[in-house]
Design a protein around this ligand. Structure first.
Ligand code: GAP
Length: 514
């Protein structure tokens, strides 16, 4: 199965099992907007808890807030979003399809990487056990030719982006002979800038309505509350403010399911530090955040850092944590050193002094900021693509299992009476009554036990607990583990401790190794 086919199956699975539905589906949906279903919302809430607790509970010097989506329009002038929150777009005149010019070039570069990989695989087959990959990459004329071309384009691309040189961006597209995937032609328009913010009107027009924006990032709600939190919380540098909330971007090309949406959710933390210490903190947060991702157990090799070619208007250093999605390594989280840009600009635009008095230095200054910013939806997609597994079993049957880390699984335990009579349902209900205050638990009595197991595998439930006739006399149940499919008999009174050991955030947090 190709990665593309796998991804299609994953999207279908998300819908079939109540994780994600297209928005307003009965009206044929709305581009790049999605709704979370009964299982999706549970997984999403668990992702948010994993992030929130790791920030706010585990750090004495990080507190949370929940700012409004609407903000004073001047905020977005000060932040630079009105003037500079743009993507370069280009249209193909034949297909009339619109693309992000930078993404076309990035995709071209990814294709060159693939070409090199294909050359390596061909050579590996040819030279068999004598093959030395490192030496081949350093000497093969074909590989060197591709690399040289790629590096030259990469250098031009980074320069064009940083200089906002749209003509050069178009020239790169032409020089790389990039064609429209729909029409197959190179009949491109010029590259133009497109502002990604959604705007609307607040107040009635008779009163002189104001243009307000749907926030394109949650970070500004933190910046404008910096003084409020610092003063009321008597916070000392370094300290952080965390927030989870909706953000909106009028993405030009919304692709790849929930990877790029027009309405999405961010988990952002702004860490305020002394000027001059920001690089040290940037490195520290890079490691902390990478460890948070890796603790989920999807394989360290599936994560990597990718430094930005173009720094956003506010940053002096920026890297992404990328995950190996079915469509390649892509950004999940950004870690940005934002300097004193945002607080400095809000100080300038609001006319209010936004400074920190540093008792150690005996002076006041505008703090510097290191930001960690991750999309909830993108994290959701990352987990689902890593967790989705199709397996052939020893007895020839097949199963689809979501290997979601137990602490994040939507449902923790399914309790099943073997039959719907003889007092077994009553015992199952009693077990549920004991567990339901701590965990999401479901009751299932329909179909054969095998079918019930498959249903729970497909939504990633870590434990199925079966009540049978022996339970009535020995007080024990059969626990079936999702990943290994192993079964064990345990006492009903030991169930809670066993479940807790596997699904608790406490144990997950303990595996984070920064
Ligand atoms: N405050 C900084 C900021 O917003 P960003 O790199 O533009 O930085 C941060 O976004 C994260 O938000 C990304 O790494 C991604 O996970 C998520 N994100 C951004 N745009 C998104 C979109 N259109 N759909 C889904 N997630 C998105």
């Amino acid at each position: 199965m190709t990665q593309e086919e796998l991804f299609k199956k994953l999207i279908a699975h998300c819908k079939e099992y109540g994780f994600i539905f297209p928005s307003s589906e009965i009206y044929d949906g709305l581009g790049a907007v999605y709704d979370y279903g009964q299982n999706g919302v549970e997984l999403k809430n668990n992702i948010k808890s994993y992030w929130w607790d790791s920030m706010v509970k585990l750090h004495e010097n990080i507190v949370g807030i929940d700012a409004a989506i609407f903000m004073h329009p001047r905020v977005w002038e000060a932040s630079g979003h009105v003037g500079a929150f743009n993507d370069p777009l280009i249209d193909n005149k034949d297909s009339k399809k619109r693309y992000r010019a930078d993404v076309l070039v990035e995709d071209w570069m990814a294709k060159q990487e693939e070409k090199i990989q294909k050359e390596v695989e061909k050579a590996r087959k040819r030279f068999k056990e004598n093959f030395n990959e490192e030496q081949y990459l350093a000497t093969s004329p074909r590989v060197l030719e591709i690399k040289e071309k790629m590096e030259a384009i990469h250098a031009r691309f980074a320069e064009a982006l940083n200089a906002n040189n749209l003509d050069e961006l178009k020239q790169i597209i032409l020089d790389c002979e990039i064609v429209c995937p729909i029409s197959g032609t190179r009949n491109w328009t010029d590259v133009r800038q497109f502002n990604l913010m959604f705007s609307t009107q607040m107040g009635s027009t008779a009163d002189g309505a104001n243009t307000v924006y749907l926030r394109p990032e949650t970070a500004q709600g933190i910046f404008v509350n910096y003084l409020n939190v610092q003063k009321t919380g008597r916070m000392k540098l370094p300290f952080g403010i965390a927030q989870i909330g909706k953000a909106f971007r009028n993405e030009i090309v919304a692709r790849q399911f929930i990877f790029r949406m027009r309405e999405f959710e961010q988990m952002e933390m702004q860490f305020f530090v002394q000027p001059g210490t920001e690089m040290q903190w940037w490195n520290e947060w890079k490691n902390t955040r990478m460890a948070w991702h890796r603790a989920l157990g999807f394989g360290d090799e599936n994560y990597r850092f990718h430094d930005h070619d173009k720094l956003a208007h506010y940053a002096n250093a920026a890297t992404d944590i990328e995950f190996n999605f079915p469509f390649g390594f892509k950004e999940v989280e950004g870690i940005h050193s934002r300097t004193d840009f945002d607080l400095g600009r809000h100080q300038e635009f609001s006319g209010k002094k936004i400074q920190y008095f540093d008792p150690e230095r005996g002076e006041s200054y505008v703090p510097y900021v290191v930001e960690t910013s991750i999309g909830v939806d993108r994290m959701f997609l990352q987990i689902m693509s890593a967790a989705y597994t199709e397996e052939k079993l020893e007895n020839g049957e097949e199963r689809v299992v979501l290997r979601i880390p137990a602490a994040l699984a939507p449902t923790k335990v399914a309790v099943m009476p073997l039959v719907k009579k003889d007092g077994l349902p009553e015992v199952a209900r009693k077990i549920i009554d004991d567990l339901k205050y701590d965990y999401n638990v479901v009751y299932d009595e329909k179909d054969s036990i095998g079918k019930r197991y498959r249903r729970q595998d497909a939504i990633g439930t870590p434990f199925c607990v079966t009540v049978d006739h022996d339970t009535l006399t020995d007080g024990m149940v059969t626990v079936r583990h999702r990943d290994t499919m192993q079964q064990e008999r345990i006492k009903i009174e030991d169930l809670r401790a066993m479940v807790d050991n596997e699904v608790s955030f406490r144990n997950l947090f303990k595996t984070i190794k920064a």
